[in-house]
Design a binder for this molecule. Structure first.
Ligand SMILES: [Zn+2]
Ligand SMILES: [Zn+2]
Length: 384
């Protein structure tokens, strides 16, 4: 049985193809055809007339939703997050940790490693470890008591799970470059974040294989015209992809535009950094090791600092268009193709023959109307 998505405008995302059909078989995109291909009696046909058909969104930095958090280290939490993300167009993501004790961190990594993919949500493609190897002076909401130097015994145990895909690190911490050398050789990506690295230290980390920056500008040493600092290194080293929280709170809209001007759509990655109260009403919430207050959707610690976001990636795409003045194709590129390229996921983030059938349908107002993961409609949930 094949699935045909017909009548819509495909955004590959580099190109726009009006009135083209996507042909899907066994979880993969079989082909792209103009017009309306003939459907067999067994084929499922999805009418996308008046809609944009785009690759599923990819969120490589997200801590939770609807009260669920990977630090809870259980399958129900991961599957709960996955359902919420799929409702907002995300088809794959990296559950992201917060600095915690060695036992809590390892338990979170192991739970992702052992978690089967959900039947009705976004797929987890491994784990993003954000902390504990961060700089306390740029900790943001990361619990300071859990920040530490890279420990080979600890990180070897993470790597043994096979689930680690991305690590946010302050490369100026003693032992960080040794960790980067070891793990990059095993296919792990590194992002500089919660860091006070000098420009020179950023370039050195890139020499060792670091290729991303975590929530650029937030939680890192800023830019001075005589001391370019962490931000100056991130914006000018063309090897580095810049993660951006486009919620209008973490960064002034003009700074989103500036990052896009420096890095281009191919090196700018939209993330949410969303935390577990995302999707819940304003109030007080207990995260693992952290109390936060949610007011008007903005999450803050008791000290008043920002603590992650409540952004959805579908809203992030709309915001990026407005803030950076880019087209829908370009904003989608930053939430699909760019993260897939940064992570080395060649079958994701694009509509092309052979790619995974992770697809979203957007209406004219750019709201997600349907989400398809590995060829199966997961949102809206099919009526039994
Ligand atoms: Zn952070
Ligand atoms: Zn984060």
């Amino acid at each position: 049985m094949r699935t045909l998505i017909v009548g819509g405008t495909l955004l590959t995302p580099q190109d726009s193809l009006p009135d083209h059909a996507l042909v899907i078989e066994r979880g993969r995109i079989l082909g792209i055809e103009p017009g309306r291909p003939r459907a067999g009696a067994q084929d499922q046909v999805i009418d996308a007339h008046g809609m944009w058909v785009a690759p599923g969104l990819i969120d490589i930095h997200v801590h939770g939703a609807l009260g669920h958090d990977p630090m809870q280290a259980n399958q129900a939490a991961i599957h709960g997050m996955a359902r919420f993300f799929a409702q907002h167009g995300v088809t794959s993501y990296l559950p992201t940790t917060l600095a915690a004790t060695p036992a809590q961190t390892l338990a979170a990594v192991q739970s992702v490693a052992e978690c089967p993919q959900p039947a009705d949500g976004a797929q987890h493609l491994g784990v993003h470890i954000e902390g504990p190897y961060l700089n306390p002076e740029h900790r943001g909401a990361q619990p300071v008591e859990h920040l530490r130097d890279p420990d080979p015994d600890e990180y070897r145990a993470w790597l043994e799970t096979g689930a680690v895909r991305l690590v946010t690190i302050a490369p100026e911490r003693p032992g960080a470059l040794e960790f980067i050398d070891l793990a990059v050789a095993q296919g792990v990506e590194f992002a500089i974040g919660h860091s006070g690295a000098s420009y020179e230290q950023v370039v050195l980390a890139a020499e060792h294989g670091l290729r991303q920056a975590t929530h650029t500008f937030n939680g890192m040493l800023g830019l001075n015209h005589r001391l370019p600092g962490t931000v100056g290194g991130v914006l000018t080293d063309d090897r580095i992809y810049a993660q951006v929280i486009a919620d209008g709170v973490h960064l002034h809209p003009a700074v989103v535009k500036l990052i896009h001007r420096a890095k281009g759509v191919a090196r700018t990655i939209l993330i949410t950094d969303a935390i577990s109260p995302t999707g819940l009403p304003d109030g007080e919430y207990q995260l693992t090791g952290l109390m936060i207050t949610l007011k008007d959707g903005v999450s803050r610690t008791s000290a008043g600092g920002l603590a992650g976001s409540t952004l959805t990636l579908e809203a992030g795409v709309r915001n990026a268009m407005q803030f950076a003045g880019v087209s829908l194709n370009q904003a989608l590129t930053m939430a699909t193709w760019a993260p897939a390229e940064a992570m080395g996921w060649s079958g994701k983030g694009r509509l092309a023959p052979g790619a995974d059938a992770d697809i979203i349908l957007l209406d004219e107002a750019l709201n997600v109307q349907s989400t398809i993961v590995a060829g199966r409609v997961v949102h809206p949930r099919p009526t039994p």
